[in-house]
Write a protein of this length. Sequence first.
Length: 400
Amino acid sequence: MLKMMLAAFAAAMPLQSALAQTGAETEAELPGRLDSYFQMTPETLEGYAPEGNELGMTTQLFSFVGREDLTQRLQENAYRRPACSVLREDGLQAVVEAVGDARVVMINEAHDDPYHRWVIARLAEALAPDFTVFAAETFSNEGDVETLVPEASMDIGWYSGEPIYGRQLRTLVDLGYRFAAYEITQEQRLVDPSEGFMASIAEREEAQAVNFIANALEAYPDARILVHVGYAHLSEVGGEDDDDTSRWFAARLRDKTGIDPLTITQTSCNVESGAPIAALTESPLVDGSNLPDTQRQPGWVDLFLGRPPMSFTDGRPDWRYEIGDKPVAVPEDFLAEEGRVIIEARAPGEDLEMIPVERLMLYPGETLPLLLPEGEWVLTAWTEDGAFGDPVTVSAPSAP
């Protein structure tokens, strides 16, 4: 488990750096960060077999462009974790009951699994209006963070550019949450690479704790806060042998403030085969006590949510159909004969700098469907050279 967490951290850092490197120089040709999505995914799938950090980065980027099916093709066990027995089918209700008077609730995600973002949006709904501030690892923490506007804009962060994360942000905005950034800043990066990887982890976790205290706890002294992190940042204990260099964000936050966050992991367990679950969109509360890491580090997290099985229909995740998204065929004019095309869907009149509700990358010859909420949507298409055809308006039908 520790190796998986470190690999995820290694993959995340180049992506965060890419955020600072993409932007104005390509905006005249490609909106937002589409240029980086093209650059950081393979031009062709034939013979493509990345390993290590490249694999981690690629699978994360595939989720940005609606291609979790390619993630599973590259890494058969991508959405599989150890099987854990179900304690309660109504996992989110169990979480809400466990919150009590906790001021900080911290829940994690795998960066290549948008499903986790759907769950976090549902948790935010369940905690409102008692919780009023949302802090996220993805939020850019450079410049004047006091002006962080709660909106689903492409420039608010890196991971949040993924459409389901965008839908999550829209939910939070509608609920009245205020946003807080706490990620390490460039000015806080002082560790020399020669000091080793664990030193970089320690530097980042310490900065996150310090920034969270300033930008969330002190900025909103009376607020209760929902925190969205990646992977191991919610670990409440140290690493192997309790090495202080690998004490993560949650542990450092508790050490500095005395606040014990309620921590929920979504990245540790799958639902055991054959276990009763309400639906593919319901993460049950599961028993993580038999995982190797908890045997070595008891109490590293408070609650475990098990991920339901991942399956696909027409190349798209089945859970997306279950949340009510409707399959809509990509217009023929948007099917490129050569090279890749990215199709995005937004509400009529919405600016291209807002996170789309759907994004899909197609390779030549592919005809996967778009998955859209009920309503009318404006589709735009892009190749690496820029806009591909004129915008097209489509409708996603209502349920029968």
